[in-house]
Design a protein around this ligand. Structure first.
Ligand SMILES: [Fe+2]
Length: 392
């Protein structure tokens, strides 16, 4: 079997590595950057710091700091216009998944002239496009190393997946110091997203020895440090471990794709504006319980790597511990239920057929070890709101 392994051409990992941004740009042969920054990062002065680093190397950068959470086609088109107007030759993303996905999609749109909607899956976008250098400020979506970007189609209220080497950053600068100010909720949500990437890589029908190694490393790092990073934000060791764990998880999932958790989570995020990691967390125990009979040895490996199961536990025992361990992690990280988040039950139930349609259309449920029928998928959505009792 041949595995196709795609990574950025350069990944810098370590505290203070952001100072090397000018060297990275020079190695890519570019020097007119547009910095696409999360507005919170800009307010904290981090975008100005990046401009200073660039200026000291004789490079003049501009900043776009109007990134929206859950990037939209409208926002991506606005950034693409700024790239063209400013004559920029590289996009530097500074922020979490929203800033990085905006930068990636805008670089593709600016280079190809196509609309975000024209780029969505099942199309694979492998065109050569202007480089993106990603500096993640969360640990994290892994977007700095993945070949995917998620952009919401504003008119259709649909999260579109853009997939292909065009969406793979040319370089990633993984500097955990950028995450030291990340608040509890964001640390928890993005950390669970990273955990989900590693889990979905490990149990994926497209899994490979390469992705397995990275996924297991990620699960060990995240299992050992997520709660500490969230609860003691100034713990540098926990932040550093989470940053590496999130990057390993991203490298793993970029080469396998996601599975049912993401397929189910994206429509919830699109319709009810639940942050991505949080909607993953909400369905993580449920989808794990549904899926684990189809690959108990894979789920057992995950449980052991996360530290949820004794290394000597047999596969069936270790795998069976996972759903409740995830539920306990959610409680510890104060993950609300769909109802507690404020999602109205009637509207949610009415939208289940459309969420099932969008979830299946994304293709990722087909990567799950147990592939749900449309009826099972609908039942999972119902259980995500009402609990796992009999249908009302
Ligand atoms: Fe994700």
């Amino acid at each position: 079997m041949i595995n196709r392994i795609l990574t950025p051409r350069e990944i810098l990992v370590g505290g203070g590595s952001r100072a090397r941004l000018p060297d990275v740009l020079k190695s890519l042969g570019v020097g007119r950057p547009l910095v696409v920054a999360d507005p919170v990062m800009a307010r904290l002065g981090m975008a100005d710091e990046i401009l200073r680093i660039l200026a000291e190397a004789g490079m003049v950068g501009a900043v776009f700091a109007d990134v929206v959470e859950d990037p939209t086609d409208v926002s991506v088109l606005a950034v693409a216009a700024r790239i063209a107007e400013g004559g920029h030759d590289v996009v530097v993303a500074l922020g979490g998944g929203s800033a990085i996905d905006t930068a990636k999609a805008a670089a593709i749109v600016a280079t190809t002239g196509e609309t975000p909607r024209a780029l969505k899956v099942p199309r694979i976008v492998d065109a050569a496009v202007m480089p993106v250098v990603a500096l993640p400020t969360t640990a994290g979506t892994g977007a700095e190393v993945t070949r995917a970007a998620v952009v919401t189609d504003t008119a259709a209220e649909e999260k579109m997946l853009i997939l292909g080497t065009a969406a793979l950053p040319a370089a990633a600068i993984v500097d955990y110091e950028l995450t030291m100010t990340c608040p509890f909720r964001v640390t928890a949500d993005t950390g669970i997203d990273a955990l989900t990437h590693a889990l979905e890589a490990l149990i994926n029908r497209n899994r490979s020895p390469h992705a397995d190694a990275l996924a297991l490393s990620a699960l060990r790092l995240i299992g050992g440090h997520l709660v500490r990073a969230a609860e003691q934000g100034d713990d540098r060791d926990a932040r550093e471990a989470m940053m590496l764990g999130a990057t390993h998880a991203g490298l793993a999932v970029s080469n396998t794709s996601t599975a049912l958790i993401h397929g189910m989570s994206r429509p919830i995020g699109a319709f009810f504006h639940v942050p991505h990691g949080l909607s993953n967390a909400m369905v993580l125990p449920l989808v794990t319980r549904f899926s684990l009979e189809a690959a108990p040895e894979r789920y057992a490996a995950a449980a052991r790597a996360l530290g949820f199961a004794d290394p000597s536990a047999d596969d069936a025992t270790a795998a069976a511990l996972l759903p409740e361990a995830f539920a306990a992690l959610n409680r510890r990280l104060k993950v609300p239920t769909l109802a507690e988040f404020g999602i109205p039950r009637e509207r949610y139930l009415a939208l289940i057929p459309e969420m099932v349609r969008q979830g299946l259309a994304s293709g990722t449920p087909g990567n799950n070890p147990r592939i749900p029928t449309a009826a099972e998928f609908a039942e999972l959505y119902r259980q995500a709101y009402d609990g796992e009792g009999p249908a009302a």
